[in-house]
Write a protein that binds this ligand. Structure first.
Ligand code: CA
Length: 287
């Protein structure tokens, strides 16, 4: 019975397949006729072979045109000729898959636009003092200053001389020959200078000495502060002189006065010989 044991769907030409089925049916009939297998089992095999042959015959005319080598279609068996069913509904969505692997880094992009200016930062700490720079060029002269306060009020000067010989010692010498006394700070009636402007004063005197010795002092506030002594030489004319700087307060008085006795009063003056006394303010007291 191994001769009819072939697999369905094996690649054979349809005509060959029909021939095999015919052979199988013929063998089954022969077997049943010869009584070699007259059992009910042998009869069933004969009937089964007849059914298979009848099922295969209707498609004989079509399949004989198949080209050699084409695959045999699956036998449709008992379902052949049934109507196709209605397509089923789509299945449910599956669960999301796992995350994929990281991609490779991309190429370096182009340089972006300049960003906006940020806010002003905090003031930094002071740096170390630098080295002194070189001396600059001289600047241009400034504007001329405003006129100062008039110096008239600070003017004080006098210059006076003797007109005649002085014969009386121990009293102020009166110089009545006026060279300059615009402010009238020198009192011609007393021979004394009166300080009206406190400050530093310069005084000087030049005395012609004739006939007698001369001892003369410059007085300030009733006190001799300068002494000058000249010895007379017979038949000669001498000179005695002196000068000094004195600081005076307002109201101070300064004058010249011969001291000693009359033998020491050779202060002289005539038309061609002068004895003079001069004083002026050098600096006024600004305090
Ligand atoms: Ca002398």
């Amino acid at each position: 019975m191994g001769s009819n044991n072939f697999e369905v769907g094996t690649a054979f030409p349809m005509s060959t397949r029909l021939q095999r089925l015919g052979h199988l049916l013929l063998i089954s009939i022969l077997t049943a006729v010869c009584g070699s297998d007259s059992t009910p089992e042998g009869l069933r095999m004969l009937l089964l072979g007849a059914v298979l042959l009848l099922l295969a015959l209707p498609s004989l005319g079509q399949e004989t045109t198949e080209k050699p080598g084409a695959l045999l279609p699956m036998p449709k068996g008992a379902c052949a000729g049934w109507m196709a069913g209605i397509p089923g509904h789509p299945g449910h969505n599956g669960t999301p898959g796992r995350d994929g692997r990281d991609g490779v880094p991309g190429e370096k992009g182009e340089k972006g636009d300049t960003g906006l200016t940020g806010p002003k930062g905090d003031t930094g700490e002071s740096g170390v003092t630098g080295v002194e720079g070189p001396r600059g060029f001289p600047g241009i002269p400034g504007r001329k200053g405003e006129p100062g306060e008039s110096a008239y009020v600070y003017r004080s000067a006098f210059s006076v001389g003797l007109e005649t010989r002085v014969t009386v010692p121990n009293m102020p010498i009166r110089f009545t020959k006026i060279f300059y006394n615009q402010q009238n700070h020198y009192d011609v009636t007393t021979g004394k200078f009166h300080c009206n402007i406190p400050g530093l004063y310069y005084f000087s005197f030049h005395i012609t000495v004739y006939l007698k010795d001369v001892k003369v002092s410059l007085y300030k506030k009733d006190k001799a502060v300068l002494f000058t002594y000249d010895q007379y030489q017979d038949k000669n004319v001498d000179q005695a002189s002196g000068s000094v700087l004195l600081y005076l307060e307002k109201g101070d008085q300064v004058w010249l006065q011969a001291y000693g006795d009359e033998e020491n009063n050779g202060v002289y003056a005539d038309n061609v010989n002068d004895s003079i006394f001069t004083g002026f303010l050098l600096y006024h007291n600004i305090e």
